[in-house]
Design a protein around this ligand. Sequence first.
Ligand SMILES: Cc1cc2nc3c(=O)[nH]c(=O)nc-3n(C[C@H](O)[C@H](O)[C@H](O)COP(=O)(O)O)c2cc1C
Length: 219
Amino acid sequence: MMDFPPNTLRDLRVSYELDQLTEDKLPAEPLALFQAWLQDALSHQLPEPNAMTLATHGLDGFPSARTVLLKGLDAEGGFHFFTNYDSRKGAEIAADARASAVFLWTQRHHQVSLKGIIEKLPRAEAEAYFSVRPRGHQLGAWVSEQSRVIPGREWLEERRHEMEARFAGTEIPCPPNWGGYRLLPHELEFWQGRVSRLHDRIRYRRREDGSWCMERLSP
Ligand SMILES: Cc1cc2nc3c(=O)[nH]c(=O)nc-3n(C[C@H](O)[C@H](O)[C@H](O)COP(=O)(O)O)c2cc1C
């Protein structure tokens, strides 16, 4: 094992003593707990509290993961995010809609992991969200052929100039290959760091009838 920086990684550890998860205080539905934890992350002003690591099934058979931003939750418990449908993740989701995601709020000793099925959001939702993005981000969505190999940074800058000229003085429409997905989880796990690494892990699993079964897992 590489010892660099000397003894640093070996001795890096945090003691988790902020809170606990007890079954009698937990809601019957995981979405309520997720919302409470997201609100907790927001009120503690954590950086990018809506960032989640999204894992899909790579076309090469390997798991494939990247960060995306949660942009909405719906009443059925769907987690919404936006991206380029022609990206690597877009191709992977088209081939296999099963996915998982992880939220990590380290300063709060909270982790939420979930898995479920991804489906596309209606075009109208993409257009509505696209219309409120900053103009530079809108332009970026037209410039980037996300996940393609490109010859260099200059290629991006040239395309940016092209797109700036193309949309000069007009509103920038939502690109046809840009849009949203919702990840509808059937399983969510809430992890609360506890003392001596005896963490609390509570898993919710959706039953056939739509209700949720709650179980405690060993840390
Ligand atoms: C904090 C953070 C937030 C991100 N949010 C998004 C996002 O909401 N949508 C997106 O397409 N990419 C987002 N990205 C970029 C992705 O991580 C990734 O590089 C990109 O989507 C291409 O992934 P793919 O090649 O697997 O399709 C974000 C990256 C970071 C670090």
